[in-house]
Design a protein around this ligand. Structure first.
Ligand code: BG6
Length: 501
């Protein structure tokens, strides 16, 4: 990660919603790890704001209590907490009260010791507060850098960004009344994952894969984001959102665009995002009356008993969607996307399933077919990749067996070396690099693909919600769906050792 910052301009990250889980579990541990690696600007402060009545001291204690659980820092590393804590502050705030923002501005100016500082606002509150905060920041003059210096002002907006296309448009419009697009960083933490960025390097820094990355060689693509956790304490939010809004609109579509996009001419934020937008434009929308042919929605059996879930809720906790990218590269290649909660394992992977050789000379082991090549990009938890190919079984005859060539980040670069997604993204926002953040048009296009599916599912004659046991790989209907296409789900990132045991 880039380590240097020009000048000595004081830089403050102001977190709205600082008493919440995201701040405690992700944001502050990420900032702490960045501080530990000496990546933060020399004069840096964190200002937490929320309704809760913390003092600076009690806020520091609240954060410190669980830092060991959530930070990457290894026990025994030089403890920097005391130094770090001196840079952490708290300002109680009433979100819709102009006076609160005036006071916040005064506190920031105090911290900056009268120099015009850099300010990075982070919206980590419930999303219904975003517009109020954005307007208040504008009204208090906090969205523009002070006229007497070189400082900047930027804003990071957490997901969910809207709950459908109209609300995302409204939020974009409100943001644009107060901030320029260059100041806005819409976060999708999947883009901060090392393995997701490596997809770009893997595709465009190697010559051997790109020529076969198309309809001539690829049979289909599977994108799986499976979670073992259930909705736990987030049922209140989740029951309104469901898997489509929570995972597909953002993470899964981002993985798809990076897999399918053309190489940008240069590695620059707009060139990269232009290519992703072209994929979103090329995706064939599923009309509401065709959801039965292209999707499955399911719920794990005990979901309706979770605290905070409405009895009889039809919110899907699992979905499978088959999409097509209508362009020259991908015509006729289905992309199967699936994601769910309470599944058998936590596993995110992208599988590029190549076509079968046109003619086979050799014998596959009895009872099996010739296995076509398969590339599995393992996003998490065991980050790396597996390339499957056929080998000759030693001995007489020409019998084949499939084998995997595996690469694991942990083995090559050392365990614990991967920075968290939030570390990477916070640092990029501090450096002013929006490449790994979602642009306004991208978010709106993503919603325009998700909305018709949600509409289809809400119709009276919609295909029925199906059910699956927690701890399985989802509903049997998902296997039948692929079987009807003469395909099956693969677990491409399970190592051969795991598969044998
Ligand atoms: C979040 C979703 O965006 O991503 C959660 O709101 C989900 O429901 C989480 O659990 C998954 O992230 P990760 O990094 O654990 O795969």
């Amino acid at each position: 990660m880039e380590a240097t910052f020009a000048g000595e301009i004081p830089t403050t990250i102001i977190i709205f919603g600082a008493s919440g889980d995201l701040t405690r579990r992700k944001l502050v541990p990420a900032l702490y790890d960045l501080a530990q690696g000496n990546f933060l600007p020399p004069s840096f402060a964190i200002m937490g704001t929320a309704r809760s009545p913390y003092s600076d001291e009690s806020f520091r204690t609240h954060l410190h209590e669980q830092l060991d659980l959530f930070s990457r820092a290894q026990p025994g590393e030089v403890p920097i907490w005391d130094e770090f804590a001196k840079q952490v502050f708290y300002h109680p705030l009433v979100y819709d009260n102009a006076e609160s923002y005036k006071n916040l501005g005064e506190r920031l100016a105090e911290l900056e010791q009268e120099k015009a500082g850099n300010r990075l606002f982070y919206l980590a509150t419930p999303p219904q507060l975003y517009e109020t905060i954005i307007r208040q920041l504008g009204a208090a003059g906090l969205s523009t850098p002070r006229a007497d210096g070189d400082g900047w002002s930027r804003i990071i907006v957490e997901k969910p960004f809207g709950h459908d296309l109209p609300s995302a448009r409204t939020l974009n419009a409100t943001l644009h009344q107060v901030f320029d697009e260059q100041q806005i960083y819409r976060i999708d933490h999947y883009l901060g994952k090392e393995t997701v960025q490596d997809l770009i390097v893997f595709r465009f820094a190697n010559t051997i894969f790109e020529p076969v990355w198309n309809r001539n060689y690829v049979d289909h693509v599977q994108i799986t984001v499976a979670e073992q956790v259930d909705v736990a304490s987030r049922a209140g939010y989740y029951d309104q959102a469901g898997v489509m809004r929570d995972m597909f609109q953002n993470h899964l579509l981002q993985l798809l665009t990076l897999t399918a996009m053309e190489p940008p001419a240069v590695f620059d934020p707009n060139a990269l995002r232009d290519e992703k937008v072209k994929v979103l434009r090329a995706l064939r929308a599923i009309p509401p009356d065709q959801v039965a042919q292209h999707t499955i929605r399911a719920q794990y059996r005990r979901y309706r008993d979770e605290e905070g879930v409405s009895p009889g809720s039809n919110t899907p906790t699992y979905a499978l969607v088959r999409l097509h990218v209508d362009n020259w590269r991908w015509q006729g290649v289905p992309f199967y996307l699936r994601s769910g909660k309470a599944l058998a394992d936590k596993r995110s992977e992208i599988i590029i399933q190549f076509k079968c050789p046109p003619h086979t000379l050799f014998l596959a082991p009895e009872g099996s077919d010739l296995t076509p090549n398969r590339l599995a990009l393992c996003i998490q938890p065991d980050e790396g990749m597996h390339l499957r190919f056929e080998t000759k079984v030693p001995g007489a005859g020409m019998t084949m067996r499939s084998t995997d060539m595996e690469f694991h980040y942990g083995e090559t670069f050392g365990a614990g070396t991967l920075p968290s997604a939030y570390e990477r993204l916070l640092l990029d926002a501090l450096h002013g690099d929006p490449s790994l953040f979602t642009r306004g048009d991208e978010i709106e296009l993503a919603w325009s693909l998700i909305d018709p599916i949600l509409e289809g599912w809400s119709q009276k004659d919609a295909p029925a919600l199906v059910f699956y046991e927690a701890g399985t790989w989802g509903p049997p209907e998902a296997d039948a769906f692929l079987a009807a296409d003469h395909r099956r789900w693969h677990e491409g990132c399970r190592s051969q050792h795991e598969k044998r045991s």
